[in-house]
Design a protein around this ligand. Sequence first.
Ligand code: SAH
Length: 362
Amino acid sequence: MIQIELQVLSPQETDIQTQLYNMRLSEMEQWMESLGQPKFRAKQVFTWLYKKRAISVSEMTDLPQALREHLQRSTVIRTMKEITRQVSKKDGTTKFLFQLRDGATVETVLMRHNYGNSVCVSTQVGCRMGCTFCASTLGGLIRNLTAGEIVEQIMAVQRMLDEEGARVSSVVLMGSGEPLENYEPSMRFVDIITNPYGLNIGARHITVSTSGLVPAIRRLADEKRQITLAISLHAPNDELRTSLMPINRAWNVEQLMDAARYYFAQTGRRISFEYALIGGVNDQLPQARELAELVKGLPCHINLIPVNYVPERNWKRSSKEDIRAFVDELNRLGVNATVRREMGSDIAAACGQLRAQKEGRV
Ligand code: SAH
């Protein structure tokens, strides 16, 4: 039954409360029926939650009083507390640090582009992928987020945007954590925010970024969703990639590229590759050529990201000249590649930095 499927937010709590943000519309419909209610109550609740941005069940005045009271007793809407908000003076990028029910913290970032507002959500507290250039993984994985906790990150940002009459137009699952390791909640999150009775964000405006969990990429491909798959590649061969990303020992570059081709074949969606340019490590012309060879024939876009400084390794970003030469070489070889514009550089908006600062790690 549905109650079993719904995740309990905190195992310590005896008073088990369901987070309303954690339910797909279909699940909420079944749940309403199990409560002896007509199915359409679920759409009413969805509308209150996502279109009217209700923060309390008491606002849902078109629900029968008995149902409202039941929901008030057995459910919650918000579970997190905003503890820091930083706004970039340069570009308006806004970084939020939220504290979850159990005290753990996660980051969420709002980026303002000329094509709309994009939100980067975290899918796990910490991460266990161990990528050598990433701050999110420094303390390991603490726990998975529930779908509701991921939805709540979006709703918090949306409420801020409401004050300026703006909306969240795109979402990237690119904050801390590996979304494909927390597969079911991440996809439940996608289903919830794309629902037309809810936020109605188009699947094509959602990007899931992975360090390369090959079986999960294939599973996602088979679901034929219209979301964009971003693959964190960062190196064109096994030797280099293994030295940067331990996951390459589990699934190597060839297996990863096969999965990327499979994703394209199943969904028709162009693949996005992320490639962090690290000075003197992976940013030289032979590597650009190897990369061009690797992606040959696959409709894709390569996002070159000047690496954010990593104190633990003393890794620095590539020089402006090397970045230019790298992107030019890829373009010359017919590869669609651009350098990602840096945002929020004045507010520690890079991956995991804010949380790491808070916890005294950097
Ligand atoms: N686990 C997923 C999503 C979170 S990481 C993944 O690996 O894709 C989001 C992106 O930021 C990834 O491409 C990651 O490799 C990149 N990243 C992490 N640390 C970085 C740094 N110091 N500089 C530039 N990019 C970084």
